[in-house]
Design a binder for this molecule. Structure first.
Ligand code: ADP
Ligand code: RBF
Ligand code: MG
Length: 386
C-alpha cells in the first residue's frame, strides 16, 4: 500500500444536517410553500449556497436571491417555526443508523458538532431512537463564538474529550464543514449532500458518495461486519413500471442491455437511496422472475444530466420488451457509481458486478426475496395494490 502510515483515529465527530439527517428535503418543502406567499417559486436555487450555513447565513442568501421584501430577522422568525414543525418528519440518511450502531458497538467515541443551535439538535435527534445516548458530546453553533468554517467547534470537541485533533475523524456533508475539520487539523471524510459537486471538496481526505461507502478501517477503526461476499444487504425496496427507451447505448456501446424505468413518481424513494450499483429480483410482465444487477445514477462515464434506473436482467431474452411491466425488489448494494478511464474498464467492472450479484442471490438471505409478492404480476394486468 502506498500510504503505509496507518491513521489511528480514536474519536469520530459527526455533523448532523445533511450528514446523518436528510434535513434538506424538509427545508426545500417548507421553502417551496413559503415562497408562494410572496409570488415566488422555489426552484432549488439557493440549495447549493445554504448547505452548511448557520440558519441566519442561509436566510440572508434566500432573502437576497429571491428579493424578498423582508429583513433577514423577519424571514428567520417566520421560517423557523415552519421548519421546526417538520423536524419529526426528517429521515435518517442511508447508512446513518448503521454507522452509529457500529461505532457504538465497538466503543468508539462519537461527538455531534453542528452549526444548528443546541436546542434544535436535541429536538431533531430525539426522534431517532438511540442517537442521543450514543454521543459522548454534543456541541451546537450557539455554544461557540463562531461557526464552521471556523475550526472552533471541532477544536472544542477535541479539548473536551481530551483527544488530540489529529486523532479525530470528522464526517461532513458541507464545504464549510470540511474546511473547519481540516483547519482543526483533523482527518475529514466528505459525504457531499449535493450530487455532482464532489470536485468542490478537494481539501477532504476522502470523498464518498454515501455513508454506506465509509471504510472505517482506513482510519484505523473497526471495519463493518455486515458485508457478505462483496454485497451489503439492505432493507428491500421496490420500484416498477413500464420499460422505457434509454439512450440506446446499453446494448450497442457496451453489449449490456439495461431495461430502463422512468424515474417519474420515484423522486422521494430515489432521494432516500444513494446512487450506485444494486441487485435483486425482477418480475417481468407475465414472463417470469429473474435476477438483475442495476445502476442508479448519472453514469459518470457518460456524464448524464438525468438520473437513470437501469437494470440488466440476468437472462437471455429472444426479443426486446419495451413497454412491458417490470417490477424490482432491490435487496442488496454493491458499490457507488464510478468513472472509468476507458470503456473496456467500465464494461469489465459491470461484468464483475454481474458475477457478484449472480452468486449472492443464491444465498438464503437474498434468495427468499424471490417470493416477494410485489414481483408477481398477474396475467390480467394490475395487481399494484399488493
Ligand atoms: P435503452 O437505451 O433503450 O435502454 P439498451 O441498449 O439498454 O437500450 O437495451 C435495453 C432493452 O433491451 C430493454 O428495454 C429490453 O427491451 C431489451 N433487453 C433484452 N434483453 C435484456 C436484458 N437481459 N436485460 C435488460 N434489457 C434487455
Ligand atoms: N456507468 C458509469 O458511468 N459508472 C458505473 O460505475 C456504472 N456501473 C454500472 C453497473 C451496472 C451493473 C450497470 C448495468 C450499468 C452501470 N453503468 C455505469 C451504466 C452504464 O453506463 C449504462 O448502463 C450505459 O450508459 C447504458 O445507458
Ligand atoms: Mg438501457
Amino acid at each position: 500500500m502506498a500510504n503505509s502510515l496507518k491513521k489511528l483515529v480514536s474519536c469520530v465527530i459527526l455533523d448532523l444536517d445533511g450528514t446523518l439527517l436528510n434535513t434538506d428535503g424538509i427545508v426545500s418543502e417548507v421553502l417551496k410553500g413559503y415562497l408562494v406567499k410572496y409570488g415566488k417559486q422555489w426552484d432549488g436555487r439557493g440549495a447549493h449556497s445554504i448547505v452548511g450555513k448557520t440558519p441566519r447565513e442561509a436566510a440572508a442568501v434566500i432573502v437576497e436571491d429571491y428579493g424578498l421584501p423582508l429583513s433577514i430577522d423577519e424571514f428567520v422568525s417566520e421560517i423557523t417555526p415552519m421548519c421546526s414543525d417538520q423536524w419529526f418528519n426528517i429521515k435518517a440518511l442511508p447508512g446513518a443508523n448503521r454507522l452509529i450502531n457500529h461505532l457504538k458497538g465497538h466503543n468508539v467515541r462519537m461527538a455531534l458538532a453542528s452549526n444548528s443551535p443546541r436546542e434544535n439538535i436535541e429536538t431533531k435527534i430525539a426522534y431517532h431512537a438511540g442517537w442521543k445516548e450514543s454521543f459522548s458530546l454534543i456541541i451546537g453553533g450557539d455554544e461557540v463564538t463562531v461557526g464552521k468554517p471556523s475550526p472552533e467547534i471541532f477544536l472544542e470537541v477535541a479539548k473536551r474529550l481530551n483527544v488530540d485533533p489529529s486523532k479525530c475523524l470528522v464526517i461532513e456533508d458541507s464545504i464549510p464543514g470540511v474546511m473547519a475539520g481540516k483547519a482543526a487539523g483533523m482527518e475529514v471524510v466528505a459525504v457531499p449532500s449535493l450530487t455532482k459537486q464532489s470536485h468542490l471538496y478537494i481539501s477532504a481526505d476522502e470523498v464518498i458518495n454515501s455513508l454506506l461507502d465509509l471504510q472505517p478501517a482506513k482510519w484505523g477503526l473497526p471495519p463493518f461486519e455486515d458485508w457478505i461476499e462483496g454485497t451489503l444487504p439492505i432493507e428491500p425496496w421496490h420500484i416498477g413500471g413500464p420499460v422505457t427507451k434509454g439512450f440506446g447505448r446499453g446494448s450497442k456501446v457496451l453489449g449490456i442491455p439495461t431495461a430502463n424505468l422512468s424515474t417519474e413518481g420515484y423522486s422521494t424513494v430515489l432521494s432516500e437511496h444513494p446512487s450506485g450499483v444494486y441487485f435483486g429480483w425482477a418480475g417481468l410482465s407475465t414472463r417470469g422472475i429473474y435476477k438483475f444487477v442495476m445502476s442508479i445514477g448519472w453514469n459518470p462515464y457518460f456524464n448524464n444530466a438525468e438520473k437513470t434506473i437501469e437494470p440488466w436482467l440476468l437472462h437471455d431474452f429472444e426479443e426486446d420488451f419495451y413497454g412491458e411491466e417490470l417490477r424490482l425488489a432491490i435487496v442488496g448494494y454493491i458499490r457507488p457509481e464510478a468513472n472509468f478511464s476507458s470503456l473496456e474498464s467500465l464494461i469489465e467492472k459491470i461484468h464483475e458486478d454481474r458475477k457478484i450479484a449472480e452468486t449472492a442471490l443464491e444465498l438464503t438471505l437474498y434468495l427468499k426475496h424471490r417470493e416477494d409478492p410485489y414481483l408477481k404480476i398477474s396475467l390480467h394486468g394490475d395487481n399494484s395494490h399488493l
